[in-house]
Write a protein that binds this ligand. Structure first.
Ligand SMILES: [Zn+2]
Length: 317
């Protein structure tokens, strides 16, 4: 993602008891977001190496995401296409999963899973052609979503949930060749989801994009494009965060204005917000490694998003 304006002005603990269960829930079981487990998922992704199109790490992630999501969700499909940068053809794969595929209303949860091929924010010019490890920028959002998938498997939310793991967000180097997966998905999402959602009369209530949510010094001001395009959803999520005791993380200050995967979705009428901590010193550098991220940060974001989803009321199907 790319910052497009404004500096912003402007940390908490959750000790957890994990209640494990098996099978689909009748609602009687309790289930908690496990930040430690999410952090392990973050490290696992980084162990695959760089994860941009046409690399072995990219292939491994496609397999990994499907293998993880198939037993947890009610359906997985790969929205794939070829994208031509003019110099290269990229095999782009958005991985989509659904929970409650008979629902009439869905919350869309998304994150990009690819990593940037070049560390163009490195001060040392010699390092700028190296790929970024993408611990925060790539793996963090995915880690939270996969841990949420485990929760939703144990205890189904009332509302339908669509998860999309976007590819090609960070290819670049310029924005012309970024947001590749989300831009295409926005144009053809109903067709892309057809293999896993059979009905055609459903709607997506809103979307929540998670990007760079693992920084160990997490601060989440209100991203400005989200405020402009989906202010009511920002209000809803930030209110849940405040109630959960995280008002000092999900702050009421205005953040940066970020070009990210939420923009193409808003352009086609799907209200989508971006939960992002852009104040990350290791952004687009080879230092974006797991030690800069924490289980606690993933915990906070995962806990808030899970509350938002579980509290979502549903209309009659
Ligand atoms: Zn990035």
């Amino acid at each position: 993602m790319i910052r497009s304006g404004f500096l912003r002005a402007a940390a908490i603990v959750a000790a957890l008891l994990i209640l494990t269960g098996c099978g689909k829930s009748d609602g009687a079981q309790d289930v908690q977001f496990d930040g430690g487990r999410a952090y392990e998922i973050l490290k696992k992704q980084c162990s695959f190496g760089p994860r941009y199109p046409n690399t072995p790490g990219h292939d491994k992630m496609v397999e990994y995401l499907q293998a993880e999501l198939k037993p947890l969700s009610d359906g997985v499909t790969v929205h794939s296409f070829t994208y031509n940068t003019g110099k290269k053809e990229l095999e782009i794969k958005n991985i989509c999963a659904v929970f409650n595929p008979d629902a009439s209303e869905y919350v869309l949860l998304c994150a990009h899973w690819d990593t940037r091929p070049w560390a163009d924010e490195e001060i040392d010019q010699a390092k700028r052609n190296l790929p970024v490890p993408g611990a925060n920028d790539g793996a963090s959002g995915v880690a939270v979503l996969l841990e949420l998938a485990r929760m939703f498997h144990i205890k189904r939310p009332s509302v339908g949930v669509i998860m999309v793991f976007f590819d090609g967000e960070d290819y670049g180097p310029s924005t012309r060749d970024m947001f590749i997966g989300s831009t295409r998905f926005a144009k053809e999402w109903r067709t892309a989801l057809k293999p896993i959602i059979k009905r055609s009369d459903y709607k997506i209530k809103y979307g929540i994009l998670l990007d760079m949510v693992g920084d160990s010094s997490l601060q989440l001001p209100r991203e400005r494009k989200s405020m402009m395009m989906a202010g009511d959803i920002v209000d809803k999520v930030w209110a849940v965060a405040r109630k959960a005791g995280y008002g000092n993380i999900f702050t009421d200050t205005g953040g940066y204005s970020i070009a990210d995967d939420h923009v193409p979705l808003n352009m086609v009428g799907i209200k989508c917000i971006d939960i992002i901590d852009f104040d990350y010193a290791y952004w687009h550098t080879i230092e974006d490694t797991p030690d800069k991220c924490s289980a606690k940060s993933l915990q906070i974001v995962g806990e808030v998003v899970s509350k938002v989803v579980y509290e979502e009321s549903v209309q009659a199907k």
